[in-house]
Design a binder for this molecule. Structure first.
Ligand SMILES: Nc1ncnc2c1ncn2[C@@H]1O[C@H](COP(=O)(O)OP(=O)(O)O)[C@@H](O)[C@H]1O
Ligand SMILES: [Mg+2]
Length: 254
């Protein structure tokens, strides 16, 4: 389970990204970047963050710790900025908290990761169809001189088109990944070795484990997926099918 915490203060919105995350303080005295359920694409973005971020962590990639953060209605009420207030009002309840990395800066190539770390990140993005890691939008932070991966909300896009599962499940299972625009394309080392490393770690059981970390309440039913358990199973099935098809999509990537 992800830790459960409560927001105690909204500090400031982060306006660089598209989704208006915000810095918040929490009941455990930690400072977090909150990604709000009321933003843009809603809960599915938070689900993708958990599944892909935690999968990355199991691959040995540095991903800031995540928690589920309850946003009490009172915090929303006292926010002066109208745009932010609307977002907070729409986001009372459980949101995603990502450990804030103070003093981190956006990846600019000046402190590249090792060739193996870069290749592992390319593999994660290829497996989860994450196109959100380019030079124009690196979604990597440098902190304590090391590279940290953030922002996985755009990956595993198949859930945006449930329930047309037949066609889309097959499409996701075999869709090649275009690594030519990847921000780490130049520094990534032996991709075949990264693939072998990842395939030794990622099993259907591990996929079920990371999907199991998603809070039940975030798993919205869809036509043909009547309850959270069915939605959870569908995530595991889609990811397992892509894993089984690795030779198809990975050949095009590497
Ligand atoms: N854990 C973090 N620590 C420090 N800064 C962060 C963290 N997460 C995000 N940020 C900052 O907030 C920006 C937006 O966050 P991101 O997760 O990329 O959301 P978006 O979906 O809006 O792009 C990032 O580009 C980065 O500058
Ligand atoms: Mg981003």
């Amino acid at each position: 389970m992800l830790p459960q915490i409560t927001a105690t203060r909204f500090v400031t919105p982060l306006r660089e990204g598209g989704s208006l995350p915000g810095i918040v303080e929490a009941s455990d005295d930690g400072t977090y970047v909150a990604k709000f359920r009321g933003a843009g694409q809603g809960l599915k973005v938070l689900v993708a963050e958990v599944i892909v971020g935690e999968l990355g962590r199991r691959l040995g990639i540095r991903v800031p710790a995540m928690a589920v953060i309850d946003l009490p209605p009172a915090l929303a009420r006292y926010e002066a900025d109208e745009e932010v207030q609307d977002l907070l009002v729409a986001s009372t309840g459980d949101n995603l908290a990502v450990d804030f990395l103070p003093g981190s800066f956006g990846y600019d190539g000046s402190r590249p990761p090792t060739a193996d770390e870069a290749a592992d990140i390319v593999w994660l993005d290829a497996f989860t169809a994450n196109v959100d890691r380019t030079w124009s939008n690196p979604n990597l932070l440098v902190w304590h001189r090391q590279v940290w991966a953030i922002d996985h909300g755009a990956a595993i896009w198949f859930h945006h088109s449930w329930p047309s599962r037949g066609a889309d499940a097959s499409r996701f299972a075999s869709q090649p990944f275009d690594a030519s625009e990847h921000v780490l394309g130049d520094v990534a080392g032996d991709l075949a070795a990264a693939h072998a490393r990842a395939c030794a770690i990622v099993t259907p059981g591990l996929l079920a484990e990371v999907v199991g970390l998603v809070p039940t309440e975030w798993l919205e039913p869809a036509p043909g997926l009547d309850d959270a358990a069915a939605v959870r199973t569908a995530y595991v099935d889609h990811l397992t099918r892509r894993l089984e098809n690795a030779t198809v999509w990975w050949e095009a990537t590497a």
